[in-house]
Design a protein around this ligand. Structure first.
Ligand SMILES: [Zn+2]
Ligand SMILES: [Zn+2]
Length: 414
């Protein structure tokens, strides 16, 4: 989940909620013995990755660990895709069916204060989003699938830089799906707001588009006791803040969802100077590109109006950095069925989350789906991106089972 995203329980059920169980298939066939034998090594691997977190596009050690593990399993390994991305290819039989499974490898630029024995040894880097768990689970799935009988090709995709830097886009632009064809692509994210042993996803939007705006309001600056001599950039900022907050409530259809938040405002030094400049930063989250267009246009329109009324100039830099993550309907169903098959309590997510995810770029290129994997222990679960957050190792077998199940279900669809 993106660094610019706020932790959210959006769309998640509470631990006490009755989650419908759909045991449509047996989890017995997902190599229980093999998984049990694998788990201690997977936990050690997860802790090693946690202790050595690396930021986006600098996952050199992590990528080397991943590549070595994939080679040890006997897969064909391809490194340096979209920067530090790694792909392992496992081919069986002759059907031509193919599937991609994605994990993210990067950590967050923040210090850790979890107190665990395997805490980060790198200042300013913390696996605060559980990508250490995602990477470990996908390596576990590779090991299990390599020992199983299926017909087709499984591409294990380890991407860099999910946290705001677009590592998935970098891999797609580097020819990921041309070099490693995938009929469909799947990914999961651990979800602390959902209880351990549960999973959710939904057809259509699952995570929001994320935009960033930076605004500079310029007056001229002058004496605070002579406000008539300069356009007041601070007063203009006040009007702008209140009017921008009316965009979602007055310009967007009430049945559509969107968020506009102003997160930083900077200006001034002392009590008797009117500053020449005010800087504002904020984010917009949405699911429908038409709503996104409306918000961006309204932002410019309102800024022009405030500038005219206040005598200031207002410059806006608006960046759409992650699109909405949109699950394809058929593949979302495959993901839910695979979760039931993996022994999880499954529910269609009632609503998407307003956080964002760069797996969106892969879903723009190929059909697929993104699953929320419950890892809540109940009680004092730390949210994603919290300095004391730690991935719950008890979720490792759930994720491995789902990855194996979804790959096999997808390959059987051909
Ligand atoms: Zn994440
Ligand atoms: Zn994240």
């Amino acid at each position: 989940m993106s660094a610019a995203a706020r932790p959210s329980a959006g769309g998640a059920s509470s631990p006490g909620e009755d989650v419908a169980q759909r045991q449509e298939g047996s989890s017995e066939n997902i190599a229980d013995d093999a998984l049990a034998g694998l788990l201690p090594a997977l936990v050690r691997l997860r802790h090693d990755l946690h202790a050595h977190p690396e930021l986006g596009f600098a996952e050199h050690r992590t990528a080397a660990v991943v590549a070595a593990e994939l080679r040890a399993i006997g897969l064909a390994v391809h490194e340096g895709i979209g920067g530090t991305g790694v792909v392992g290819v496992l081919r069986r039989g002759s059907s031509g069916a193919s599937v991609g499974l994605r994990a993210d490898m990067d950590a967050l630029p923040m210090d850790e204060c979890s107190g665990v024995a395997y805490a980060s040894t790198h200042a300013g880097a913390h696996h605060g989003c559980g990508h250490d768990g995602h990477t470990s689970m996908l390596l576990g799935a590779a090991r299990l699938l390599a020992a199983r009988d299926f017909d087709g090709t499984v591409n294990f995709i380890f991407q860099p830089a999910e946290e705001g830097l677009g590592g998935a886009r970098a891999m797609v632009e580097d020819g990921l799906f041309e070099r490693f064809p995938c009929d469909a692509v799947y990914a999961l994210h651990n979800w602390p707001a959902l209880p351990l042993g549960t999973a959710q996803t939904r057809p259509g939007p699952i995570m929001a588009a994320a935009d960033r705006f930076d605004i500079v309001i310029r007056g001229r600056g002058g004496h605070a006791a002579q406000p008539h001599t300069t356009p007041d950039a601070i007063l203009a900022a006040g009007h702008l803040v209140s009017q921008l907050h009316a965009i979602v409530s007055r310009r967007i259809d009430p049945v559509e969802s969107a968020v506009l938040s102003i997160t930083r405002i900077e200006s001034g030094h002392t009590h008797n100077v009117l500053p020449a400049e005010v800087k504002l930063t904020g984010t917009v989250r949405s699911f429908d590109p038409a709503a996104q267009d409306t918000i961006e246009a309204a932002l410019h329109q309102i800024a022009d109006g405030v500038a005219l009324a206040s005598g200031t100039t207002i410059a806006i830099d608006y960046l759409r950095y992650y699109p909405a993550t949109i699950n394809h309907a058929a593949e979302a169903q495959v993901a839910l069925e695979a979760a039931a098959n993996a022994g999880l309590q499954v529910k269609t997510a009632p609503a998407p989350a307003f956080t964002s995810e760069d797996f969106a770029f892969m879903l723009q290129a190929r059909p697929g789906a993104y699953l929320w994997l419950g890892q809540g222990r109940g009680g004092d679960d730390k949210p994603l991106h919290h300095p004391a957050y730690d991935f719950n190792d008890a979720a490792l077998p759930h994720g491995v089972r789902w990855l194996v199940a979804v790959a096999e279900r997808q390959l059987q669809r051909r």
